[in-house]
Design a protein around this ligand. Structure first.
Ligand code: NAD
Ligand code: MG
Length: 396
């Protein structure tokens, strides 16, 4: 076996994917990039293949695969090009891959995450939607496959860094956790003016540079809602033991409140390369490329409650967690459709919340539907079709 960590980066052309390659480039002696993947930004994938010469590259949008193959052949690049969503599962289970960075956006990442979990990989999970949809099925696959699940989402990485390696002690140690949220671009905006927000305004995040879907989720605080659900599964906590607080500076990445009321926080500059480097080096540490925290320029660290009138979406997470199994998959599917429609200019910003709340109230998961991947994918499709109809008919 090679002594290097052999890494597959799923969603390598995205914000997390490129940050992962940036960290990997700093450690050629420790990390070998074996596989990359992209959906539609194929020019970037070609450039990445020429730079990294991975054994395999996946183009999930089959219509674009031939182009990538031709370009790589012309340039004499030996990378084999696989196509279609199923190929993500193929590289995620390759016996010659040790670690999988799951950085696809949305529920589309669930099958490959499950496949990596079942084949016992080190699974670096950025793709929170996969866990929000997969829930118990996902965690069971991790246990049965003997996978090492390491959160990459900065808040969950923070909690993970504050906890000891021995998971069996977590339940007895933790009173509750506090996820921090920047509050996004509309933290101080008059709630009445939110109806008119444009996609570009929503994507202008004050402290993090991210993909467009998660940027909109941060503006609605649906991102924090998804993270509350993500934390429920990652740390096996009941909903009332997960709290969220607004912290505009994004320096404290999250906190663990212990049984004795001691509070452990993880801090640092807001740079995703920190949790990525931690996931790659775990249980050790290595250089990430992030700038040090400048204490002299830190004026204050402040914390405030999230206002329900401005961020009603956040509160849907606890509602979904208390609903029947599969409710979090309903919320996620509704949100993916709503955000897509909003980014395409077809619905308003506050319609995202309306569609999410309506779906959660009106669509019941069928008995047993949340018990396996097939059922979850059916539920996901059913919700997408229904929410799409509501959006078309403009009956939010
Ligand atoms: P992004 O939009 O920048 O990149 C998404 C990647 O997924 C791209 O490589 C794209 O080609 C691929 N992709 C898109 N649709 C696909 C599909 N249907 N099938 C297969 N691949 C597809 O997104 P991002 O900001 O890098 O976020 C990726 C994931 O990480 C999301 O789940 C997000 O919530 C999570 N995350 C991101 C950040 C961040 O700072 N960007 C932080 C925490 C968590
Ligand atoms: Mg996060």
């Amino acid at each position: 076996m090679s002594s290097k960590l052999r890494l597959a980066v799923l969603g390598s052309t995205g914000s997390i994917g490129t940050s992962t390659l940036d960290v990997a480039a700093r450690h050629p002696e420790r990390i070998e990039v074996r596989a990359l993947s992209a959906h539609s930004r194929v020019d970037e994938l070609v450039a990445q293949c020429l730079r990294w010469k991975p054994r395999q590259a996946v183009v999930t949008d089959v219509a674009r695969a031939a182009d990538v193959r031709r370009h790589l052949k012309e340039q004499g690049c030996p990378t084999e090009v696989l196509e279609g969503p199923q190929a993500l599962c193929e590289v995620a289970t390759d016996p010659e891959v040790d670690a999988v960075m799951a950085a696809v956006v949305g529920a589309a990442g669930l099958p490959s995450c499950l496949a990596a979990a079942r084949s016992g990989k080190r699974l670096l999970l950025a793709n929170k939607e996969a866990l929000v949809v997969g829930g118990a099925v996902f965690m069971q696959a991790v246990r049965e496959g003997g996978a090492t699940l390491i959160p990459i989402d900065s808040e969950h990485s923070a909690i993970f860094q504050c906890l000891p390696e021995d998971r069996s002690t977590w339940g007895q140690r933790v009173d509750h956790i506090i996820l921090t949220a920047s509050g996004g671009p509309f933290r101080q905006r008059d709630p009445a003016s939110l109806e008119a927000v444009t996609p570009d305004e929503a994507c202008a995040h004050p402290t993090w540079v991210m993909g467009r879907k998660i940027s909109v989720d941060s503006a609605t605080m649906m991102n924090k809602a998804l993270e509350v659900i993500e934390a429920r599964w990652l740390f096996d906590l009941t909903p009332e033991r997960i709290r969220a607080v607004i912290h505009p500076q994004s320096i404290v990445h999250s906190m663990v409140v212990c049984r004795d009321q001691s509070v452990l926080a993880q801090m640092g500059t807001p740079d995703m390369r920190v949790p990525i480097a931690y996931g790659l080096a775990w249980p050790h540490r290595m250089e990430s490329g992030a700038s040090p925290l400048e204490w002299s320029s830190l004026k204050a660290l402040s914390f405030e409650e999230a206002d329900e009138r401005r961020f009603p979406g956040l509160f849907l997470s606890w509602h979904a967690l208390r609903g029947p199994l599969g409710s979090t998959a309903v919320l996620n599917a509704a949100n993916e459709v709503a955000v897509e429609r909003f980014l395409a200019g077809r619905i308003g910003f506050m319609d995202i919340y309306r569609l999410n709340a309506r779906a959660l109230g009106a669509i019941e998961p069928r008995l047993g539907e949340a018990a396996d991947l097939e059922g979850l994918m059916e539920l996901d499709q059913r919700v997408r079709a229904q929410v799409g109809q509501w959006a078309n008919a403009r009956t939010m």
